[in-house]
Write a protein that binds this ligand. Structure first.
Ligand code: CO
Length: 208
């Protein structure tokens, strides 16, 4: 890739935006008021705004390997706190994707150095759902299911934070678990029943 091309693309982006709205960047510079926090995978095929048809200013984004929400990840926790408490987003989305390399790596026995501790969080998801996953004979189906269960568990991790618990209670914040199918381009809503999970986990994780 010629990096010069990136700057040419950028100038085209500026021109295109200004051709439809001459105040576009002036307005963008005034601040942000996104309604949605998107937590997704760093995978180059899963671009947050493009797959949702949203543009600059519309979505607050956090991406890491395999869309994890770990309580000891200061970056993810700061993003959640800032988006929910300060930007007051109305929706928080955890979006996984089929064919996720991070999830695949967590299904295999290999020493991947510093990645081991990150992938261990996904192995924990496997352990929690071991019975269901081990009952699936087809490896591809098992892989897809772990992608879905990982999204669900990361949503549950969101519910463990004080910021989400308060916003859920006080202003009806919505949490969503989605999967992007890289083979078709479709976004799939896993339709996770968070009221059910909230009741289930609050006995132990209730903070406020
Ligand atoms: Co991925």
């Amino acid at each position: 890739m010629d990096i010069k091309k990136v700057f040419e693309n950028n100038q085209k982006f500026v021109k295109d935006k200004l051709s439809t709205d001459k105040d576009y960047f002036e307005n963008l510079g005034k601040g942000q008021n996104p309604e949605l926090l998107y937590i997704g995978c760093s995978d180059s095929r899963v671009t947050a705004e493009d797959l949702m048809g949203l543009g600059p200013g519309e979505v607050f984004v956090h991406r890491n390997i395999a869309n994890m929400v770990s309580g000891n990840d200061l970056s993810a926790m700061s993003v959640v706190e800032y988006a929910v408490v300060h930007l007051k987003v109305n929706h928080v989305v955890v979006c996984g994707h089929y064919a996720c390399g991070g999830v695949k790596a967590a299904m295999q026995s290999a020493d991947l150095g510093v990645l081991n501790s990150w992938l261990r969080n996904i192995r924990d998801v496997y352990r929690i759902h071991k019975d269901e996953l081990n009952a699936i004979q087809d490896d591809e189906k098992k892989y897809d299911r772990l992608v879905e269960l990982n999204v669900k568990e990361q949503c549950v991790n969101l519910l463990k934070t004080a910021a989400v618990q308060k916003a859920y209670r006080d202003r009806d914040l919505k949490v969503h678990g989605w999967v992007f199918d890289v083979h078709t381009g479709n976004l799939i809503d896993l339709k996770i029943d968070f009221d059910h999970y909230l009741q289930d986990i609050m006995e132990i994780y209730h903070l406020d």
